[in-house]
Structure formats: structure tokens, C-alpha cells
Design a protein around this ligand. Structure first.
Ligand SMILES: *Cc1c(COP(=O)(O)O)cnc(C)c1O
Length: 238
């Protein structure tokens, strides 16, 4: 395989401009960019860091671990955005700054008990299955309050908000409706609890729509790094 090319500088700049522009059309601070770096080598992340990007999203605990070791000196902000298997929860709790895919009660105590105290509390998002019946990831919207209650009992965890991966519906009006339902859930959660400030939704194809509907964090891979050449092989979830 030829060595992977580092990302082109203009990609990050152009993307940040699009995020700014979309954010200016709605209320609230501009959405943050999470650079989704699955399948990308550590050098590609380092190149983006050199351009000012700090937050990176990875799907697999194991794949991330190698990059986290290689890039430890850069003090990047690591977000887990892939499904989390219970047996990987301890490693994830110590190697990530954010877990965006907390979607069931069992993960709460596993993550809380494994968080090293010297790392401070672990930021978490509850992943909601907002419309994708084919997906096993994410809790039902009705399950959010109970999960939020459970998280609040663990000082090692800090609930920051919600995350969703709406079905890639070719009908953008249906996607918009899903984003809007997420925003409503997010506002309900924020009305009940302190510290709720993050709504993670929107990817390369639809981030402007997600921002219009209230996303505060967009997760972008291919629009930043180029299309992923290899489809991720069938692997067990992280
Ligand atoms: C891969 C992935 C992304 C980024 O997808 P792109 O279409 O490449 O921007 C965002 N969120 C999750 C959960 C992902 O798995």
C-alpha cells in the first residue's frame, strides 16, 4: 500500500467555514467539529492537529489505543463514537475523554468504576436510537430520563447531552424530522438537569441540516479526510 497522504490543508479550512456559515443562521454558539478519524493513520491526525484541530472521534477502542499511544504528547480530545461492548468499557473509560455511545444501564457502572480518578470525570452522551429500526445501537427516546438518573448517581461520569445517528434516509425532510426530534429530547433533558450542553448529530452528508436543527457538535470523516478507501471490515463492535 502506498503511504497515506496527509489531509490537504484546504479541507479543514473549508469545512470550518461551512460549519461557521451554517451556525450563523441559527441561535447559539457555532457547532464544534469532531474529526472522525477511523481508518486514518496517526500521521493524518497529527497533521490536522498542526492545523488547530483538537477533538477526534474513533469507532473502535482497540484501533484508537494505538493512535492514542502514538499521539499522547499532543493531548488530543478523544471521543468514542462506535458501539461499546461491555468488556471494552474499562479500557474505554481510561483511554477516552468522551463516550458518546452510552446506551444501556450496564455501561454506567462499568464506565464509572473504571474511570481513573486522576483523569477527572468522564464526559458522556446518551446515544438515542431516534428512527433506525434496523440499528441495535442507541436507547429508545423514552429511556433517556432513567439513564440520565442513573448516570447522575456516579460522580465519575458527567452527562453532557445526547448523540444520534439518524438513518441515512435519502429523503432529507425525514432526516430533518429526526434531527428535530433529537433537539426536542435534548431541550427536555436540559430543562431537567444542569450541564447539558452537547447535541452530537450530523455527518459529512447532512451536517448543515443538523446544525440548522440545533446540533452543537458535528462528527465528520469523509468530508475532511476524503472517502474512506476501505470499508471497515466486519469486526465486532468496539
Ligand atoms: C463514520 C462515522 C461518522 C463520520 O461519517 P462521514 O460520513 O465520513 O462524515 C460520524 N459518526 C459516526 C458514529 C460514524 O461511525
Amino acid at each position: 500500500m502506498p503511504p497515506p497522504k496527509p489531509p490537504q490543508q484546504p479541507a479543514l479550512h473549508a469545512l470550518l467555514e461551512r460549519i461557521q456559515r451554517a451556525s450563523a443562521l441559527r441561535a447559539g454558539p457555532p457547532a464544534r467539529l469532531l474529526a472522525v478519524s477511523k481508518t486514518q493513520p496517526a500521521e493524518a491526525l497529527a497533521a490536522l492537529h498542526a492545523q488547530g484541530q483538537r477533538a477526534f472521534g474513533e469507532n473502535y477502542v482497540q484501533e484508537a489505543a494505538a493512535k492514542q499511544t502514538a499521539l499522547a504528547d499532543l493531548h488530543l480530545e478523544w471521543h468514542l463514537i462506535g458501539p461499546l461492548q461491555s468488556n471494552k468499557a474499562p479500557l474505554a473509560a481510561s483511554s477516552f475523554d468522551w463516550i458518546q455511545t452510552l446506551d444501556r444501564p450496564k455501561l454506567v457502572s462499568l464506565l464509572a468504576n473504571a474511570r481513573p480518578p486522576q483523569r477527572g470525570s468522564l464526559d458522556v452522551l446518551i446515544q438515542v436510537n431516534i428512527d433506525d429500526e434496523g440499528s441495535k445501537s442507541g436507547c429508545a427516546p423514552e429511556a433517556v430520563p432513567e439513564l440520565a438518573n442513573l448516570i447522575a448517581q456516579h460522580p465519575a461520569l458527567r452527562l453532557r447531552g445526547l448523540m444520534a445517528i439518524p438513518a441515512p434516509d435519502p429523503d432529507f425532510e425525514r432526516r430533518r424530522a429526526a434531527f428535530r426530534r433529537m433537539r426536542r429530547l435534548f431541550e427536555m433533558l436540559g430543562a431537567e438537569r444542569n450541564g447539558i450542553d452537547t447535541l452530537s448529530m450530523g455527518m459529512s452528508e447532512d451536517f448543515e441540516l443538523a446544525i440548522a436543527e440545533g446540533a452543537t457538535l458535528v462528527r465528520i470523516g469523509s468530508a475532511l479526510f476524503g472517502a474512506r478507501e476501505l470499508k471497515p471490515r466486519a469486526r465486532p463492535p468496539a
